[in-house]
Design a protein around this ligand. Sequence first.
Ligand code: CA
Length: 227
Amino acid sequence: MTRVLVVEDDPQLVRALVINMQARQYGVDAAPDGATALRLAAARQPDVVLLDLGLPDMDGVQVIKGLRGWTRVPILVLSARAASDEKVAALDAGADDYITKPFSMNELLARLRAAVRRTESVPSVPETTIVETDEFTIDLLAKKAARGGHDVRLTPTEWHLLEILVCNPGRLVTQKQLLEEVWGPSYDGKTNYLRVYMAQLRRKLEADPAHPRYLITEPGMGYRFEA
Ligand code: CA
């Protein structure tokens, strides 16, 4: 049974979530505030955490930081806020994905399944080192990319960026995460670097670089590899 920890202070929403998840055979614990969430997470060891960012006792980002001190459990953030910087802060703190309120229950459940699946499919030694799309093939072990049967020459920086995205299929990787990982901690404001290098990658890998199908921009937030 997949155990979900729901961290949400709106009792009506909690009730709806619990009913829908239990109907789909999830085991559900609910916490109305951050302190309870941290305690329950340690006691119950959930498989996935659904976390509202606006909690009565602390900011949801603090809960993420608290959890990330000891667990890699997937965290799906519920955010009522339109401001993307809140979501980016949550993702940078270690959340795996976010969903904006109001959401449909089906959408939420699909995201939940995807978050759980990602942790299940990330063994410490990758089973496969080849990532294939209809357009190009990436060999992570050999560090080679090919398109239409021909090798695509990538610079080390392009490769590093591509590798991070491809290793996180479907997941939004924030600008800050990419910049810090590829260029270093002092580069986290240099979003123009990302625009330049992502454009190069698309030119080399996408059939229509102006309308990318695989290397997707989430405006103001980051990038996503859609497998
Ligand atoms: Ca709330």
